[in-house]
Design a protein around this ligand. Structure first.
Ligand code: SAM
Length: 333
């Protein structure tokens, strides 16, 4: 067993895997309809067999403790249930956590089965409670499907169910208090995320709201009591006084959390990505290594070597805006 440690003594025990570089929503900040760059989208995704091998490699060679499946939209992968089925025994014997981030639109009918197969943690993305704003952001009239998935997750007692909302000035900033109000007495963790620039994703300074401002907006109605930070948490967490829900603020832009980063990412086509917000690549494609016939121990050695190129902090906004392509779909958030 090896430790995934980089030059800055950060130990990595959390892997995020993008299952697919496509999504059934077109959020303007992530997967805009006009983004037709073929070099970014529609790459060859890892096969089911390769995904299982990837998870095994990270669990057996590096003792990874948490794996999150994301995308694109992971639920539009037709073999998501078979993936969980094939990981079931490994999970039983090695006890790592399995997590999923989904837009919720097609999740509800499959959630019970996923839970039986070991899905421990669930994040559902929802930026607004307003049907029209939802359509304005995502290009689709599917808010009811998302709310249904949230209801199903609640019945299945995901503890806590995490709701991701990207705060954007002029789009949903007037709703931040309302979102807390709507869910305040439920076992939810409401996660407000700063809008991040990725190449051509319509990021504008005027649309950006810092976590500080999102927190002040919510504090105009609710008292927030700080919670003790969890190890390697990217969020600042608060309990909403006199209510059940908690809220968290994730500030990749205004106050980065690079020094405690314990995450590695593998994109849908097998690229090892050392940092979500960096143009630099590890230069390693694990799918290609699988196909070249290397065994897992050899591949593990290559991964450790690539990790040494991870930068201490991600580039500043100015530089992020110069990236020519939006790779969010392939990398996963
Ligand atoms: N399709 C899934 C979903 O919607 O949750 C998983 C992938 S999505 C890329 C993961 C998360 O990244 C979502 O919560 C989404 O809101 C967030 N995200 C995408 N683009 C973002 C951006 N530009 N700034 C901040 N968060 C972003």
């Amino acid at each position: 067993m090896q430790i995934l440690e980089d030059r800055f003594h950060r130990k990595h025990d959390y892997l995020r895997v993008s299952l697919i570089d496509r999504c059934n929503l077109n959020c303007f900040y992530c997967n805009p309809k006009e983004n037709k760059s073929e070099s970014v989208r529609y790459q060859q995704n890892l096969t089911l067999y390769e995904l299982v091998r990837l998870v095994k490699l990270f669990v057996l060679e590096f003792n990874i403790r948490k794996i999150r499946f994301t995308g694109g939209e992971p639920m539009i992968r037709k073999d998501i249930i078979p993936l969980f089925e094939r990981l079931y025994d490994l999970k039983q014997s090695h006890g790592f956590q399995l997590a999923l981030t989904s837009n919720g639109t097609t999740l509800a009918p499959h959630l019970e089965r996923l839970q039986q197969l070991g899905l421990d943690r669930l994040n559902i993305s929802l930026d607004t409670l307003d049907r029209e704003v939802f359509e304005q952001i995502t290009g689709h009239d599917k808010i009811y499907e998302v709310l249904q998935a949230i209801g199903t997750a609640e019945k299945l007692a995901y503890h806590p169910l995490k709701i991701n909302a990207v705060g954007m000035r002029g789009i949903n900033d007037h709703e931040l208090v309302e979102i807390v109000d709507q869910f305040k007495d439920r076992d939810f963790n409401l996660r407000f995320i700063e809008f991040m620039p990725f190449g051509n994703n319509a990021w504008k300074n005027e649309k950006f709201i810092s976590c500080r401002d999102m927190k002040s907006a919510i504090e105009s109605r609710f008292r927030l009591d700080p919670l003790r930070p969890e190890a390697n948490s990217v969020a600042k967490d608060f309990r909403v006084r006199d209510h059940q829900c908690t809220v968290s603020f994730i500030s990749p832009i205004s106050n980065h959390f690079c020094s405690s980063c314990n995450r590695l990412r593998v994109g849908s086509s097998g690229k090892l990505k050392l940092c979500l917000l960096s143009a630099d690549d590890s230069g390693l494609n694990i799918r290609d290594l699988f196909r070249s016939g290397l065994d897992d121990k050899e591949i593990a050695g290559r991964i450790i070597a690539a990790l040494q190129f991870k930068q201490e902090v991600h580039p500043p906004v100015k530089q992020l805006l110069t990236f020519s392509e939006n790779q969010m779909m392939a990398i996963g958030g």
